[in-house]
Design a binder for this molecule. Structure first.
Ligand code: AMP
Length: 223
C-alpha cells in the first residue's frame, strides 16, 4: 500500500497517518518528524536544515530527496508506506514518481485533507506534541487527560517552534505557492481523493477507511 497524505500544515495528516500505517501494516514516513529528529540529534543534516525549519520555509529538494531515498530502501518500506508531508513540491513529486516507476511501482492513492485556512491557524497555535512518541493534541478539541503531559507515555508536551502565528502564516503561504500545485498533478494522474478535514477526527478516519480499504485490497498483488 503506497499512500500520500496531502494538505496544508494542521490539516490532520500526522494525526491520521499513524492509524493508517498501523491499519495497512506499512511505515508512517513523516519527513517533518525525520528532520526534527536530525535537529535534536545535531547531525550534519540537522544543522543544515535548522534555518529553513525555524522560518517555516521548505528544506531544499535535494536534501529531502536524499533522506527519503535512504528511508525507502529500508526493509520495512518494501510493502509500502504512508507519506505525510512528502512530497511538498512538484520536483519532489516528479522525482518520487520516477523513483517508484524505476522499481516497477506506483502510488495507490493520494488523499487531500481539506481545511479552510482560518481554521488551520487556530489549530496549529493550540497544537501540542509529544516529543517522545509523536502523539498530537489540541488544547481545546483534543486535550491530554493531564494538562501538559502525554496520555501515552507521560512526557512533557511541546509547543513546536514553528506553531506560532507568524510562522504559521509563512508556512501556509509556502503551502499555497509550492505544495498546492500537487493537487492538479495528482488529479491528472487520477490518484487524488478529497476529504473534508474540518470535522472530528473520527469522521475523517471513517471516510479514509472507506476510500482506502478498497485500494488496499487491490494493492494485494504488489504487497
Ligand atoms: P511538518 O512537520 O510536515 O509540518 O514539517 C516541518 C518542516 O519540515 C517544514 O516546515 C519544512 O521546513 C520541513 N519539511 C518537512 N517535509 C518537507 C518536504 N517534503 N520538503 C521540504 N521541507 C520539508
Amino acid at each position: 500500500m503506497r499512500l500520500v497524505l496531502l494538505g496544508p500544515p494542521g490539516a490532520g495528516k500526522g494525526t491520521q497517518a499513524g492509524g493508517l500505517a498501523r491499519r495497512y501494516e506499512v511505515p508512517h514516513i513523516s519527513t517533518g518528524d525525520m528532520f526534527r529528529e536530525h535537529g535534536q540529534l545535531g547531525t550534519p543534516l540537522g544543522l543544515k536544515i535548522a534555518r529553513f525549519m525555524q522560518s517555516g520555509q521548505l528544506v531544499p529538494d535535494d536534501l529531502v530527496l536524499e533522506m527519503v531515498e535512504e528511508r525507502l530502501t529500508r526493509e520495512d518500506a518494501r510493502r509500502g508506506f504512508v507519506c505525510d508531508g512528502f512530497p511538498r513540491t512538484l520536483p519532489q513529486a516528479e522525482s518520487f514518481a520516477r523513483r517508484l516507476a524505476s522499481h516497477g511501482l506506483a502510488l495507490d492513492g493520494v488523499v487531500l485533507l481539506e481545511v479552510p485556512f482560518q481554521a488551520l491557524i487556530r489549530r496549529l497555535c493550540l497544537r501540542r506534541v509529544c516529543p517522545r512518541c509523536g502523539a498530537l493534541y489540541h488544547l481545546e478539541d483534543r486535550p491530554p487527560r493531564q494538562a501538559g503531559l502525554c496520555d501515552a507515555d507521560g512526557s512533557v508536551l511541546l509547543h513546536r517552534e514553528d506553531d506560532h502565528e507568524e510562522i504559521i502564516r509563512e508556512r501556509l503561504e509556502v503551502y499555497q505557492q509550492q505544495t498546492a500545485p500537487l493537487v492538479a498533478f495528482y488529479e491528472k494522474a487520477t490518484l487524488l481523493f478529497r476529504v473534508d478535514s474540518a470535522r472530528p477526527v473520527e469522521n475523517i478516519r471513517a471516510d479514509l477507511y472507506e476510500i482506502l480499504d478498497p485500494l488496499y485490497e487491490r494493492s494485494g498483488d504488489t504487497r
